[in-house]
Design a protein around this ligand. Structure first.
Ligand SMILES: [Zn+2]
Length: 160
């Protein structure tokens, strides 16, 4: 999958669990979840599949280790009185989902550093990657921009 889907798909799945600012999921919490979804690609950037097959951040240990970092990062960024545990859990799952999605779209070195064997394969055709990116961008647009505007327009219309 591309970084677009890695960042936005967890937002689509977790947006109801995130703290809200008005009608929208809060920006900082959303950024944490999306950022942790993309983090394995940011730490080991790669343009070809062979480079991904050597990326420690795409292993089980790397995904779990980065996922564990999500909780202290969420507490630090959102503050101790916020629902940082919930946001940290969503961010951790976003990182782990990255490894899972890449496992079915070309494979990952799941057991690094114990074994360099690549687990997974190309189960998802490339055209579906593009369709997934498009659907994720559209879904995030609807949730973060279009639906809140519709709701506030309805509210102001009903108040008249
Ligand atoms: Zn990746």
């Amino acid at each position: 999958m591309t970084p677009v889907t890695h960042g936005l798909l967890p937002l689509l799945l977790a947006h109801r669990r995130l703290p809200r600012t008005g009608d929208r999921p809060a920006g900082l919490a959303s950024g944490l979840v999306a950022g942790f979804g993309v983090l394995p690609d940011l730490l080991c950037p790669h343009l070809d599949i062979l480079a991904r097959h050597a990326a420690w951040s795409h292993s089980l240990a790397g995904g779990l280790g980065l996922g564990l970092l999500a909780w202290p990062c969420a507490r630090w960024a959102l503050g101790p009185t916020s629902p940082w545990q919930r946001v940290g859990t969503c961010a951790a799952l976003a990182t782990i989902s990255h490894v899972g999605l890449d496992l079915v779209t070309g494979g990952v070195p799941l057991f690094l550093p114990v074994s360099t064997r690549v687990v997974g394969a190309h189960y998802v055709p490339f055209w579906l990657w593009i369709a997934s990116d498009t659907a994720c961008v559209l879904g995030v647009y609807l949730i973060y921009r279009a639906f809140p505007r519709l709701r506030s327009a309805k509210r102001s219309h009903a108040a008249r």
